[in-house]
Design a protein. Sequence first.
Length: 629
Amino acid sequence: MTPSINERRNPRARGPEKHRPGLLWLLAVNFFTALVIAAGYLPHVELPPAHWPILAVQTAGNFGLLILLLGLILWLLRFAIPSQFAFKVAAAVLCGLAQILLFADVTIYHLFRCHINGMVLTDITTPGAGESIHLGILTVLTFLGVVAAVAALQILILFPGEKFLFRHPRLGAGWLRKAALLAVLAAIAADKAMYALGDLYYRPEFFKYTRILPLYVPLTIEHFAAKHLGIYLKRSENISFSPETGLLHYPPVGELPRAKKWPNIVLFILDSWRFDQLDPETTPALWEFGKKCTWFRRHFTGGISTRYGIFSLLYGLHPTYWDVFLGENRGTALIDVLKREGYDFCIVSSTKLTFPEFWKTAFISIPESIHDELPGEESWQRDELQPGTLFKFLDDRRDKAKPFFAFLFIDSPHSPYSYPPAYEKFKPAARNVNYLDIKKGGGIEYYNRYRNASNFSSERVGKDLLEGLAARGLMDSTAVFITGDHGEEFWESGNWGHTSAFSLQQCSVPMLLYVPGRNPARVSYPTSHLDFVPTVFDLLGLPGLIPEYTVGRSLLRAGPRDFWGVTGFREAGVFMDNRVVVYGMHFRNSADVEVRDWKYRPVADPQAELKKDRPILRAFLEEQRRFLR
């Protein structure tokens, strides 16, 4: 066996020393190869010339970190493989697989504007996928050629490469290796520092392009800066809209048709309010008001968290767009259209809208209209102040003939389920929520506490707020929407709270729509939060804007749909008539694909269902990429 360079220089070299030159050479070449492959992303990104160096540093830092992690794995692996030849083979295989995955990810991003995830893998690997993907022999041969080229590269690096290093010892000199390592560490440090400072001071150019980098690991210091450095930035005073460059293809509201009608729009959102909590016992005030409304009985949120549920509501888009809109400083077309039509705005929330960052997204252009610092230690105390805040806005308006848009976010039903003692209607109810004491399958006292909070919220909306609007003579000119941002589960499907599963308890929420002069009705076909913005456009007499800015449909003229989606932090669910396909949205959990029925039980033959559902899954994937460049 040919000794390594280190062994020739130092015959006593053992352990990691005998692998070091070849391993470092392997990692260095793979690092530059990864940068070359990653360059495939860049032609599809439109950004100002001044931003290119930022993206270059972030690309180098991202792949430098990935290569260092790969090197750490190989460094640990060498303890388990004493044979130098076997170690070289293992190292070549691992590095080759990493490069092939990177190439596949670049290709998938070009096609679908997303990285490798469960939806894409399902679309490609489900039997019969060729019918929808149309791979073709040329595509297969090209991919096999790439695999062969990567394999050849790894072999050349480690086997002839070590001999090359022996003939040119300066290339393997210790100072050069250290300098290369320091350069990579500097790139990583610069990348993370830019992201952290960009996030802290809200400079989107320092973080918005990282979405295109695979397995990017962000670094934020907002809480550290507030706690230890005394830097607390509630809002950036100089936030402005991004130029029309970047990752979004979302047209600005310009010379579009003008509205034909100007109804007032009021949107009430009860946090964590799930579908079966609209009943005469739990929420009697809203139940009574519902008799005047169109009640959509199978309505679904667009996301199982507040961030994603409200995003889907205010944008009419899937929450997979959240990061891009946040990075681009882009508000919703809903607010832009209403501003153009001369609406006044009142945004009231019992929880701060700085996190989730709605003041950086949906309400970015109307910060002066946000009221999210109501006093009170508990949510119910802040909720009680919402009517006064709204009515002060209405009463103080100079031109009361102008239409208005009001958004009221009521926080009481969110854990820990807040309400005053007088509203303890359902017993036994927990005195507070002890998250360490929540036992699977139990917790009736927590469920009762949640129902009490829902009852309290119902009174605030159904009596205080709606009666106040009626007393001002506004109900004849105001469209009222009442819904939840997401649901809440108490072990009905084996899960707790929200963000944990795509069960009906977490995904389905009430939706009441009151339109003056419209007859009450109960609708049984599925509807979605994505339908709110299209409905407002329809109320304005602008149905032509619906396909321009949303993927939803108007609730005024909706009908049965083939599918609808709900998004979580790590996974997404695609609902159909009697099942939901749950898939991992990131490379880390891309193998997680399952099919469950509406009781959230695994189906007997998931592969058969996936094969049958492939056209629907492909259509959902197309909706997720439609507004991306």
